[in-house]
Write a protein of this length. Structure first.
Length: 314
């Protein structure tokens, strides 16, 4: 186990070329025994895990965090460069990251920990790589959950028409102006106030972490690709379908960590998932909001570590 790392290097950038795009990632304790990948939520980036990587690195985890394409310091391609951006694309990015970056150093099963959108990406990745994933920890998991096994299929022609309308809407929607106003009118702080129950955690470092990528000239085009991609996803890339797929094998232990004060994705959705999928474990954190890993990192780290340590198949 390698504990010889400096805390201030937790977010030091590394760069990887993925399909012609520059991807930024960080690692602490790269020579440690157990690989773990942290996946950020919408609007955040790899630095949002600044209070988590060191904790796990000290406990023999090779702790990776990466900027999903379109976020942080990774490239921000638009529709012309990449087409749609959604959890299928981000999942492919993570799978290739495991193959190209993690595997040359480590052959052990990988742990995936996600916040919100990152949780959805982790779930998507686990479905197609279940033999390589030790566990998924989702805090929380977005998307609507349907309590039945029927695929709510839309007729191909109707879906194609719907997707065209979505694309036209977001192509003409003035995202450039919206993002400009967001940075100038204090909307980012307002959003963080809604996401965090403990307001004292909203400091200048957090605000800068979220604001800096939005100020890049390519941010609007990438957000447009995300809006179109996430709005027109196939049913097989939504949480309900993905959970059913993962449930069929139950090879990947699944932990939900949910704040009871989450204003973005209410706790009742977490209870609904755990009630419908009995193999999923739900851990509720009192007086915490949407970003428990940053708002209450000591609690989040302790719950996650205990879950991983107690896995019988790990």
């Amino acid at each position: 186990m390698n504990n010889n790392f400096k805390e201030e290097n937790i977010n030091s950038p590394n760069y990887w070329n993925w399909n012609g795009f520059k991807i930024c990632w960080s690692v602490v304790g790269e020579d440690n025994e157990i690989p773990i990948i942290f996946l950020h939520g919408f609007g955040a980036n790899r630095k949002h895990w600044r209070n988590n990587l060191g904790y796990f690195a000290k406990r023999n985890f090779a702790s990776y965090s990466l900027d999903l394409i379109g976020f942080g310091d990774s490239d921000q391609p638009g529709i012309r460069q990449i087409g749609k951006l959604n959890n299928e694309i981000w999942s492919n990015q993570v799978k290739d990251f495991i193959t190209k970056v993690v595997r040359p150093k480590n052959s052990r099963k990988v742990i995936l920990i996600g916040n919100s959108l990152g949780s959805l990406v982790a779930l998507t990745c686990a479905v197609s790589l279940e033999d390589q994933i030790a566990t998924v920890i989702a805090s929380p998991l977005p998307d609507q959950i349907h309590e039945n096994n029927k695929i709510m299929a839309i007729k191909p022609l109707l879906k194609k028409f719907k997707d065209i309308l979505i694309t036209i809407f977001f192509i003409f929607f003035p995202l450039e102006i919206i993002l400009y106003l967001i940075t100038k009118l204090g909307v980012i702080r307002l959003g963080l106030n809604s996401a965090y129950f403990k307001k004292d955690n909203i400091d200048s470092e957090l605000i800068n972490l979220v604001t800096k990528p939005v100020l890049r000239r390519t941010s609007a085009r990438s957000l447009r690709a995300m809006c179109i991609g996430m709005s027109s996803r196939d049913e097989k890339f939504q949480s309900s379908f993905l959970l059913r797929k993962l449930c069929s094998s139950k090879k990947v232990p699944f932990l939900l960590i949910w704040g009871d004060k989450d204003n973005f994705i209410p706790l009742f959705l977490g209870k609904k998932i755990a009630n419908f999928h009995r193999w999923v474990k739900l851990k509720i954190v009192s007086n915490s909001g949407h970003c428990i890993h940053d708002e209450d990192p000591s609690i989040f780290n302790r719950i996650s570590y205990k879950w991983i340590r107690d896995l019988k198949t790990f």
